[in-house]
Design a protein around this ligand. Structure first.
Ligand SMILES: [Mn+2]
Length: 316
């Protein structure tokens, strides 16, 4: 079996584990949306939680964008299982592989369903952080998939997982502490849109916690910009390549907001969903792009901009 699964999230890794339970000798590629174009020529038996590639024999997915595109292009076949209402790709894959009666598989899928619909438990949080830390390291992702296949939802009893969590935890806590300190400083502002522009010194493994901390404190729109260049101290594979001249921007929007994150991201060449979207900005001409972003956002409220250069301490 030659398979591609979505890298860097629980649904993708649980899907990989299900495949290993059924076909232990599979060759699995962990891909991001950006990797796909380079793998379009591979004759995959299965492409899971990702858009269908040209030579894929079957596609298992639950993204509506992929579904609509395949319908439009007439590329949906009876071998594909694509259900935009499914809570996870793993929930479709377990049936496809005939593993519904496997208790370990079922429990893993339950976890993927919660994770992919925005739910969090302690276990999900832990696993998500470890996956994120190694999201660009296929050999370690394979190791994690094997741990899930062997231990199921008891993966947290695994010695390597325990060791990794012990290693990551203090850095995550350090990151959370920095953000909480910032939130406190900003608490008296009457502002609903926050832009956090991270220049250096923030642990990348804690990055996706930042928007939630803001939204939970009542902010409506959180825009997090990562333009750190230095090597990451704990998850070195996440450091940006030396020739990479882009900043990564992620936008998260509160439940009650009418702001459309996807439309906003599309204006800057990005994409995503209503409540969560992202884009990449070229660092040449960054100031101008940032200015345009602030202009656009100020139509929705009062924008607070914070530049975090933590190599020189918290600076506002
Ligand atoms: Mn998914």
């Amino acid at each position: 079996m030659r398979v591609a699964v979505h890298a860097s999230d629980i649904d993708g890794l649980v899907s990989a584990a299900l495949i290993l339970l059924k076909y232990p000798n599979s060759k699995i590629d962990f891909l991001t949306l950006r990797d796909l174009q380079n793998y379009d020529d591979v004759e995959y038996d299965l492409v899971v939680d990702l858009p269908k590639t040209s030579k894929a024999k079957a596609n298992i997915d639950h993204h509506i964008s992929n579904y609509e595109k395949l319908l439009k292009e007439g590329r949906l076949t009876k071998n594909d299982v694509i259900d935009p209402k499914a809570p996870s790709a793993a929930s479709l894959l377990i049936r496809y592989l005939g593993l519904e009666n496997n208790e370990k598989a079922r429990k893993l899928v339950e976890m993927a369903n919660i994770a992919d619909t925005g739910g969090v438990t302690k276990k999900i949080y832990k696993l998500d952080k470890i996956i994120k830390c190694y999201s660009k390291d296929p050999a370690t992702l394979m190791k994690i998939a094997w741990i899930l296949a062997e231990k199921g939802v008891k993966f947290d009893k695994d010695e390597w997982i325990k060791k990794e969590w012990k290693r990551l935890k203090p850095w995550i806590e350090k990151g959370l502490k920095m953000v909480k300190k910032l939130l406190k400083k900003l608490s008296k502002l009457d502002s609903n849109v926050i832009i956090v522009d991270i220049v250096s010194g923030f642990p990348r493994v804690a990055m996706n916690d930042i928007p939630w901390l803001f939204l939970n404190k009542g902010w409506e729109i959180a825009v997090i910009i990562n333009r750190m260049r230095e090597e990451d101290p704990i998850c070195p594979s996440l450091s940006s390549a030396p020739n990479n001249n882009q900043a990564r921007v992620s936008i998260r929007v509160s439940k009650h907001s009418r702001f459309d994150a996807r439309k906003f991201a599309e204006k800057f060449g990005g994409g995503g969903h209503l409540k969560a979207a992202g884009m990449r900005l070229n660092l040449n001409g960054y100031e101008e792009l940032l200015g345009r972003m602030i202009m656009e956002l100020s139509e929705y409220g009062s924008v607070t901009y914070v530049r975090l250069d933590l190599s020189k301490n918290l600076k506002l």
